[in-house]
Write a protein that binds this ligand. Sequence first.
Ligand code: IMP
Length: 427
Amino acid sequence: MSVLAIIGGQWGDEGKGKVVDLLTTRAHVVARYQGGDNAGHTVVNPKGTFRMHLIPSGIFNPEVTCIIGNGVVINPQRLLEEMNTLREQGISLDRLYISETAHVILPFHLLFDGLLEESKGEGSIGTTRRGIGPVYTDKAARVGIRMVDLVDEEILLSRLTYLVNTKNRILSQVYGQPPLSLHEIYLQYLEYGRQLAPHITDTRKILFRALRDGKNIVLEGAQGVMLDLDFGTYPYVTSSSPSVGGACTGLGLPPWAIQRVLAVSKAYCTRVGAGPFPTEADEETAARLRERGHEFGTTTGRPRRCGWFDAVAMRYVVELNGVNGLAITKLDVLDEEPVVRICTGYRLNDTIVQDVPNSLLLWRSLEPTYEEMPGWQTSTRQIRAFEDLPTEARTFLDRIEQIVGVPISIISVGPNREETIIRHKVL
Ligand code: IMP
């Protein structure tokens, strides 16, 4: 038995989808545990190029059971669209299971996400406007609708009646917006429930049985630890727990079951939306990295902010999650850089600190300190063994290992499955 959690080690978009896709050849179950369709990743494999938001990357392997766990928030319309696109491309969805207790994104969650952002003006977070904050708010307030409610006409009507009436009062009295129709939402969501019913089940039991039977289970994190509601750069975070702890609550998995945690990070750093980003590069460098790394959001198409590898934040992520291996992606994006940089400390009021702060004020006042090293200025895309990498690239990766304190198990040198260097067995 092996349970491997794959988490985002930065601010999301690290290339987790490729790593999960790569490992599914050895997995029996792949399970998503948090977030919603704010996530987005592109998987390139022999079956084609796929843009996914909700469905676990294991779906391309017909032997793999895919789970959307209770910690995920689901926009049923978007999920059905994604399912249909995959079906049209010949991918079977027979092994896709959706937790009965996952919360459902409703039309007013999308509306409120936008209205809240606009009301914050300059202080807006730059959310994906997928309704993520508002749906998790309702979950915590114990008024949310869960997937299991969509397949029960009476419960759906009674819970929706309370919710829509309450939201309509806020919409009209706080935001001066027209009310939404309870009737239309009810019929629409009942229909979603009808279509999704064959997939809705108690996913905790599936996982428990897989665990008991010694199967290989991959836990697929969305977003990244630096966007974690508790441990990220609050309030510039998402509303779920991309950290490994989220996998226990988001799937109903006992903590002892998770033996390995692999953090996926780019060889540089990106962030979408507002918030602290100490190693953000000057516009010229950022533009180069963005261009070479195609750093535009899969979900919103927004250009990503780009900068250098932040080993201070990475070490924090390693400590917090018990990370025992790294996957470094997009090494090839640095192929043409004459000089590469690793942030090894933060300068704060004339002292160098090695820890991430908790206050937004401190986050904003710190300055990164860098170790600079020569770039390799040659293509790494054809390389499949660590020893064959240029000396400068090996020095760069060795230095990351030394500072962060965990081995780099996987190195990705291009978007395709085979453009990968596997140094250690992780599953
Ligand atoms: P939300 O999750 O849509 O509420 O957005 C909150 C913050 O998280 C924003 O800065 C988003 O840009 C960021 N975010 C959410 N999902 C992702 C993701 O999958 N990749 C990168 N950033 C994300």
